[in-house]
Design a protein around this ligand. Structure first.
Ligand code: PRP
Length: 188
C-alpha cells in the first residue's frame, strides 16, 4: 500500500483540531441529553467508526451504542442515490428511545434521508443527527442535522474513518487527495 504522503494535497483538519471539536460536541450532547433515560448512539458503518469511538469517550452521561450498515444502489462508488439497502440492521428496539445517528460525512444527504425515514417508522422518542463533516454545498436532499463538527468545501477527503478505495481510514486527520497524483500512481 502506498504511503499517503505521495498524494496528500493538504491536511484539511488536523488530529488536534478534530479532538478539540469532538470534545466540544461530546460536552454539548452530554448537556442536551442529561435528562435522557435511554440515550442510544447509532453508528452507520463503516466511516463513522472512528468518530463514534472518540465521541462516546467525550459523552459523560450513560448511553448505549449500536451499528447499522447500509449500501446504496446506482451511480459510482463515490456517489450515492436515494435507494439504500440495509445490509446490517440494528439488534436493538429503538421504540421510545433517544437516538442520535452518528455519521462521518454528509454529502448528497440521500443516505441519511433514507435511514431517517426508515428509523422514524420505529417510533423513537427522539431522533437526531450528529455528523463530523458536512459537505453542505453538495446537498441534494435536505436533512435535519443537529450537530455538525465541521462544514467543509467540496474536496475529495480521506482519513479519520473516510476511506480511499477502502484504505487509509486509520489516519488520525482529515486529508485532501491530490487526484492527479493519486490517479497517476494507481495507473502505474
Ligand atoms: C459515506 C458516508 C455516508 C454517505 C454520505 O458512506 O459514511 O454514509 O457516504 O453520502 P450521501 O450523503 O451522498 O448519501 P460510504 O457509502 O462511503 O460507505 P463507508 O462509510 O462504508 O465508507
Amino acid at each position: 500500500m502506498r504511503n499517503y504522503s505521495e498524494f496528500l494535497a493538504e491536511v484539511l483538519i488536523s488530529e488536534e483540531e478534530l479532538q478539540t471539536r469532538i470534545k466540544e460536541m461530546g460536552q454539548q450532547i452530554s448537556e442536551d441529553y442529561k435528562d435522557s433515560k435511554n440515550l442510544l448512539l447509532i453508528c452507520i458503518l463503516r466511516g463513522g467508526v472512528m468518530f463514534l469511538t472518540d465521541l462516546m469517550r467525550q459523552i459523560h452521561i450513560p448511553h448505549a451504542i449500536e451499528f447499522m450498515a447500509v449500501s446504496s444502489y446506482g451511480l459510482g462508488a463515490r456517489e450515492t442515490t436515494g435507494q439504500i439497502r440495509i445490509s446490517h440492521d440494528l439488534n436493538t428496539d429503538i421504540h421510545d428511545r433517544d437516538v442520535i445517528l452518528v455519521e462521518d460525512i454528509i454529502d448528497s444527504g440521500h443516505t441519511l434521508s433514507s435511514v431517517l425515514d426508515m428509523l422514524s417508522t420505529r417510533k423513537p422518542k427522539s431522533l437526531e443527527v450528529c455528523t463530523l463533516l458536512d459537505k453542505a454545498e453538495r446537498r441534494e436532499v435536505s436533512v435535519p442535522v443537529k450537530y455538525v463538527g465541521f462544514t467543509i468545501p467540496n474536496k475529495f477527503v480521506f482519513g479519520y474513518g473516510l476511506d480511499l478505495d477502502d484504505y487509509y481510514r486509520h489516519l488520525p486527520f482529515i486529508g485532501v487527495v491530490d487526484e492527479n497524483k493519486y490517479q497517476a500512481e494507481s495507473d502505474e
